[in-house]
Write a protein that binds this ligand. Structure first.
Ligand SMILES: CC(C)(COP(=O)(O)OP(=O)(O)OC[C@H]1O[C@@H](n2cnc3c(N)ncnc32)[C@H](O)[C@@H]1OP(=O)(O)O)[C@@H](O)C(=O)NCCC(=O)NCCS
Length: 216
């Protein structure tokens, strides 16, 4: 059955999320997006209307229990903005949709939390578990049994080896590799192109091959 969907945000990431939702017209009936500032590209390219600000949408969420929401706000690096937005909406008691692009492969034995976004060409292999509101960007590979915490963002083309753990709020940059069974701590940042071969302590940034903690 098709469900009504509203995207929170109207920027770059929101446009990509809209395309992913559009790829599953059998599942999602896009109603529009909410954003504080004008978003002409979102309106033109996704064909969606701005429904108002996110404060308006909180009221909408209370009223329209049949409407689902997804976070279309991205950003580079660990940040509390996405978590704060979800908290605001949670008070309104709305529903969080997980959007999976039609070209992604998600193993039947993988589990996907609520509000998750999985973009084009992603592979999520058997036994992997994705926490709430995480984003797996285009072409990334989440190998078997990987645990991805809430609000984690995995950038385009990254590969996470089997059994690795990405703790909540961490960020994996473009094309990075994380060795199998290694942990990236909560709120840590893996720079683009890095090869993570050992545990990354929480909150730190690592870069390079092999990845080393970046001096502040
Ligand atoms: C690691 C990162 C966070 C550092 O960003 P920053 O603080 O703005 O760093 P700067 O660009 O000012 O670079 C500072 C130094 O680190 C080096 N550096 C930056 N990123 C690096 C990386 N990924 N690997 C190795 N070295 C890196 C720069 O060459 C520079 O070196 P120098 O001081 O010898 O000249 C950033 O480069 C990164 O990897 N961001 C992820 C981008 C991404 O994945 N975007 C996804 C879009 S979908």
């Amino acid at each position: 059955m098709r469900e009504k969907l509203i995207i929170i945000g109207g920027g770059e990431h929101a446009r990509v999320v809209a395309e992913a939702a559009h790829s599953r017209p059998d599942l999602w009936d896009l109603q529009g997006f909410v954003e504080r500032k004008p978003c002409p590209r979102m309106e033109q390219e996704s064909g969606l209307a701005c429904l108002g600000t996110d404060e308006d949408a909180s009221f909408l969420a209370c009223a329209a229990t049949s409407t689902w929401f997804v976070l279309g706000v991205g950003g580079i690096g660990p940040s509390t903005i996405r978590r704060d937005l979800i908290r605001r909406y949670a008070a309104a008691g709305n529903k969080w949709a997980s959007i999976i692009h039609s070209t992604a492969h998600v193993s039947p034995s993988a589990t996907v939390g609520k509000g998750v976004v999985i973009l084009s060409g992603v592979v999520v292999n058997c036994g992997a578990a994705l926490g709430d509101h995480c984003v797996i960007n285009s072409g990334a590979v989440i190998e078997h049994d990987v645990l991805v915490g809430s609000f984690v963002q995995v950038s385009t083309g990254s590969v996470i080896g089997g059994g690795a753990v990405l703790e909540e709020d961490c960020y994996v940059g473009l094309g990075a590799r994380v060795r199998d069974h290694v942990t990236v701590g909560s709120g840590a940042m893996v720079g683009m192109g890095a090869a993570v071969v050992a545990t990354v302590p929480m909150g730190l940034t690592v870069v390079g091959v092999p990845a080393k903690v970046r001096k502040q």
